[in-house]
Design a binder for this molecule. Structure first.
Ligand code: NAD
Length: 506
């Protein structure tokens, strides 16, 4: 069934593919339930897009490319200008969808949409971002210039934790550069991508420029293998990210792969108590710890004891509830399996000698079947503990200690991940040493781990990133464009009357 709008006829709603500007119900025999993590209600069903449907989506994107790449950049920007206006108009609807499918609080869901909206706003200035370079007279009468051209069909594979922001890191930049796009949302919460695609088309994105397919491993492998797809943006776990990076590279594609994290805060004894504790609580437990920039480990230089009671007291005061409830500070984690995994890691930390200062393993009255875990704090954590080695991706803060800033920096640098790290201190000397020596790609000084705004790029390091052109900002534009260098010779006299067999020099 093909419709120009996202139909809500079936119950539960069957999430359609978007192929060539039409929302088309999949012929797949296999669907995955999209579940409200606060209630276990089945909200919709997402198909494992069939291979024929996948190929049709790529063919639609390929067909749309020649005309879209030749559409004036000013016109492509204007589509984004309208798109950002429509996202603002539908902010509440988008945020409610994010909360219902992903679980985060409504306020946090608005932030999810807003941080993606900022990338759309940035894409409105693509003409300037995509500008080439020109050097006149590189030799007598010869000029050289470079231009950045779109690649063709690009694809994006998304994680569950930012259902609006992460698709918006990808397709607005790609399409405004002149590419066409295949988006594969997370099978756990595809709703925001579907709503955003409707808005993009309402804003004037021509049919076939943005297509959406669904599924898991098979769809992802099909994206890696298809010869007509030139570039893949991936955000998610290391297992998937490194698999995609290797498989797509073997097919000659460029890949940017943002992956897992274990973000550390180093707290110096001179740090401001209130501001530091509040930052640790917000970044440790916000979004139930399911942010790639969540703070999961705190290294207290000089010992954690003076900080523990106030940390526990403020963490305890947070309200765990369904994200739609007005008083919720943190909502549920994404699935029953995630909840069980997090419980197991808390237990293993405790059994291997960590002190359980706060245990969030409890139920929320009124939402007994929800995947809730309250703020949990484990102290005296060592680097050989499973809870430290694994990315927990839940509301669990690990505390450890170091005798000096040098020791704290070594501890952080020994971790394989390098997404973000932050220091809390009043000393400029300590902050500067940290900023210089820390191996994380995104560094905070007296701020919890910052996600850079779109005029910079998201710059994970070490095992947190594979590729060399990061998401959004200048690097994002470079990722979605191929550089072409042109050398031209326009002389007013015909003076090259001899053959010169030597390597040309000026
Ligand atoms: P995930 O890797 O399970 O899923 C991400 C995507 O990959 C989904 O679309 C899924 O269908 C697909 N996928 C999963 N396993 C696959 C496999 N083996 N082969 C092929 N495709 C596969 O990740 P998630 O649980 O949705 O998201 C959480 C992870 O994402 C965390 O590790 C988090 O740190 C990371 N993350 C990183 C960033 C960042 O910018 N660095 C941002 C957000 C999330």
């Amino acid at each position: 069934m093909a419709t120009s709008h996202f139909s809500t006829q079936s119950n539960p709603l069957k999430v359609p593919n978007l192929i060539g500007g039409k929302f088309i119900e999949s012929k797949s025999l296999t669907f995955i339930d999209v579940i409200n993590p606060a209630t276990q209600e089945v909200l919709s069903q997402v198909p494992l897009t069939t291979n024929e449907e996948f190929k049709a989506a790529v063919a639609a994107a390929k067909k749309a490319f020649p005309s879209w790449r030749n559409t004036p950049i000013t016109k492509r920007q204007r589509v984004m200008l309208k798109f950002q206006e429509l996202i603002r108009r539908d902010m509440d609807k988008l945020a409610l969808n994010v909360t219902t499918e992903q679980g985060k609080t409504l306020k946090d869901a608005q932030g999810d949409v807003f941080r993606g909206l900022e990338v759309v706003e940035h894409a409105c200035g693509m003409a300037t971002l995509q500008m080439g370079e020109y050097v006149s007279n590189v030799s007598h009468g010869i000029d050289t210039f470079s231009i950045r051209e779109p690649l063709g069909v690009c694809a994006g594979i998304c994680p569950f934790n930012f259902p609006a922001m992460i698709p918006l890191w990808m397709f607005p930049v790609a399409v405004t550069c002149g590419n066409t796009f295949i988006l594969k949302p997370s099978e756990k919460d595809p709703g925001a991508s579907m709503l955003l695609s409707q808005l993009a088309m309402e804003a004037g994105l021509p049919e076939g420029v943005l297509n959406i397919v669904h599924g898991a491993h098979d769809t992802v492998n099909a994206i890696c293998d298809h010869d007509d797809i030139k570039a893949i943006s991936f955000v998610g776990s290391n297992v998937a990210g490194m698999h995609i990076y290797a498989r797509a590279a073997a097919k000659g594609k460029r890949v940017q792969s943002n992956m897992g994290a274990k973000n550390h805060a180093v707290v110096m004894p001179d740090a401001s108590v209130d501001a530091t504790i509040n930052a640790l609580i917000a970044a440790g437990f916000g979004a139930a710890g399911q942010r790639c920039m969540a703070l999961s480990t705190v290294v207290f230089v000089g010992g954690s004891k003076p900080w523990e009671s106030i940390l526990v007291e403020r963490a305890k005061a947070l309200k765990v509830n369904a994200g739609t409830e007005a008083d919720a500070d943190l909502g549920p984690v994404i699935s029953i399996q995630a909840k069980e995994r997090i419980h197991r890691l808390i237990q293993s930390g405790f059994e291997s000698g960590a002190r359980l200062l706060l245990d969030g393993r409890s139920i929320v009255p009124g939402y007994e079947s929800g995947n809730f875990i309250g703020p949990t704090i484990l102290a005296d954590v060592r680097s050989d503990m499973e809870c430290y080695k694994e990315e927990i991706f839940g509301p669990v803060l690990l505390l450890t200690e170091a005798d000096s800033l040098e020791e704290a920096i070594s501890f952080v640098n020994e971790n394989k991940y390098g997404n973000g790290a932050t220091i809390f201190t009043r000393s400029g000397v300590a902050a500067r040493k940290f900023q210089t020596e820390i191996e994380a790609g995104q560094v905070g000084i007296n701020v919890p781990i910052p996600v850079p705004l779109p005029f910079f790029s998201f710059t994970g390091n070490k095992a947190s990133f594979a590729g060399d052109l990061n998401f959004y900002g200048k690097a994002g534009v470079n990722f979605y464009t191929q550089i072409k260098t042109i050398t031209q010779n326009w002389k007013d006299s015909d003076s090259d009357d001899k053959i010169n067999m030597a390597m040309p020099t000026s």
